[in-house]
Design a protein around this ligand. Structure first.
Ligand code: 5AD
Ligand code: SF4
Length: 482
């Protein structure tokens, strides 16, 4: 596990070590020297800003980037305007994520014109797409550093190169087997943390770009995961989220005999950890053993995110999801029978090639039958290089939107009804922050992922407290601490 390493004791005039992570600590020491030079020239430390555009994995990667920047001496800033170094950790799962990045790059360009010493870096999933790098080379020449998902652990080394050179540095790998442990991370919240348990995805759902930009599935060693969680617990973390594109297939490529249910049993034993979450589960791989472990657990949150994508068996087949509508419904029934109070959330895509209004009716039928506590509904987005992008029967935008609106309405109605059932109950909330609008209120998260706002003091932040759910306001509760 990562421990404080005194960077000043590393001899940066020697050759860099070849093994990891020692090599990255060597480059961190080099970067720190650069930061000290900046301080001498400017009478202040440089500021850096890390922005993430994607999922929880992306957010966790950003914590690792921030951890390295902090180690080398940067002050971490929330926004770009005052930053001397700005890095965008991009996402490419849907086209609007790409467009957001291009839009904000325009703003960065104007900032850099005012402050030419500013450095700009781009990393993450979007950079793994060949077209993106070409576009950046051609039209965004003010960018200083571009790297991808496979070599993110080399951030310190790439930074050192960026400080030494005056040209755009591009380093994109097509794949990697390496899992480099023991690098620093700077958590956004002191009391909760994500933990990568696996990287990549082997499922190749036909609409999805993830397997192409994140590579093949690789599981981390259980020993490393458990050790990381133990030290997080020792550092005050009470809630953890185990992260992977498909956590239910954890362990398949490992020498140790360990599956996801087994890993959860081990995590449960770690003292200090009060809540365990995980993301994301693929319905095809969700085992009865996992349901049993969840039912027996005292720490695993009564919440399961189980992406449906579509309720039409025909479309599910085209999507290469490898379950039918009936199999999904029967899985939900098994889960609910074992864990009656579980909250179920999901992802839904509307407008996949060939989808008809009748297919959308099937999706709506599943939403009604399951009664999700929340559902993220997405318009299908064509991702170049995926099988679905080459399908001829792409759905017209107006038809897509019509289906989307119908789905959204049912999702909202059913979610509202389900969550409203909790009114009057007292549940445990992990207090996360002061309410943005009203500082007399604190915001807590229930095990089922619903937020509750209640009168309280900032000293409660990080504690798990019982809260009476008084009034349901549509997607969140107002309550009182009991
Ligand atoms: N278009 C729309 N939504 C998509 N997702 C993944 N790929 C696409 C796409 N091409 C959605 C899925 C997935 C979530 C993370 O993003 O619903 O579960
Ligand atoms: Fe994409 Fe499917 Fe893998 Fe999820 S499971 S990341 S939707 S390919």
């Amino acid at each position: 596990m990562y421990q404080e390493i005194d960077l000043d004791k590393i001899d940066i005039h020697a050759d860099p070590p070849l093994e990891e992570p020692a090599r990255q600590y060597y480059f961190m020491a080099k970067c720190r020297k650069w930061v000290k030079g900046f301080e001498q020239r400017n009478g202040r430390l440089p500021k850096s800003c890390v922005l993430n555009f994607g999922c929880q994995m992306n957010a966790r990667d950003s914590e690792k980037l921030s951890g390295i920047l902090k180690q080398i001496g940067y002050i971490l800033a929330e926004e770009e305007d005052s930053a001397d170094f700005c890095i965008y950790n991009t996402c490419t799962v849907r086209d609007n994520a790409d467009q957001r990045v291009y839009g904000r790059l325009g703003h960065l360009n104007s900032l850099k014109k005012k402050k030419p010493s500013m450095k700009i870096a781009l990393c993450g999933c979007m950079m793994q797409e060949p077209g993106t790098v070409e576009r950046i080379r051609k039209s965004y020449r003010f960018v200083d550093l571009v790297f991808g998902t496979h070599n993110i652990y080399k951030f310190a080394e790439l930074l050192a190169e960026m400080f030494e050179q005056d040209r755009m540095i591009v380093d994109i790998w097509q794949s990697t087997d390496a899992i480099v442990e023991e690098l620093p991370a700077e958590r956004k919240y002191p009391f909760k943390s994500g933990i990568n348990i696996m990287f990549g995805c082997n499922n190749f759902c036909s609409y999805c770009i993830v397997p192409y930009v994140r590579g093949r599935e690789r599981s981390r060693n259980p020993k490393d995961i458990l050790q990381e969680i133990s030290s997080l617990a020792a550092d005050g973390v009470v809630e953890i989220m185990l992260l992977g594109q498909n956590v239910n297939s954890y362990g398949k490529n490992l020498e140790d005999q360990m599956n996801f249910a087994g890993l959860l049993r081990e995590v449960e034993k770690i003292e200090g950890i009060r809540r365990i979450r995980f993301m994301t589960s693929h319905p095809k791989d969700l085992s009865d053993e996992l349901i049993q472990v969840m039912a027996e657990s005292e720490k695993i949150c009564r919440h399961l995110h189980l992406p449906l994508q579509s309720g039409s068996t025909r479309i599910l087949k085209e999507m290469n999801r490898r379950y039918t509508k009936e199999e999904y419904l029967s899985l939900v029934e098994r889960i609910r029978r074992a864990i009656p109070d579980i909250a179920l959330t999901t992802d839904i895509i509307v407008g996949f090639p060939g989808e008809t209004p009748e297919d959308v009716d099937e999706t709506i039928d599943v939403i009604r039958k399951v009664g999700f506590d929340n559902a993220f509904t997405f318009l299908y987005s064509k991702r170049t290089g995926t099988p679905a992008a080459a399908m001829e029967n792409q759905v017209e935008e107006s038809v897509m939107k019509e289906g989307f609106d119908r789905v959204l309405k049912v999702v909202q109605d059913t979610a509202r009804k389900r969550v409203a059932l909790l009114a009057g109950r007292t549940m445990e909330a992990l207090v996360e922050e002061e309410n943005e609008q009203d500082p007399s209120l604190m915001t807590g998260r229930l095990a089922n992922n619903i937020l509750v706002h209640f009168p309280g003091e900032p000293s409660l932040i990080g504690q798990i407290v019982p809260v009476h759910l008084r009034e349901y306001k549509g997607f969140y509760y107002l309550g009182e601490r009991m």
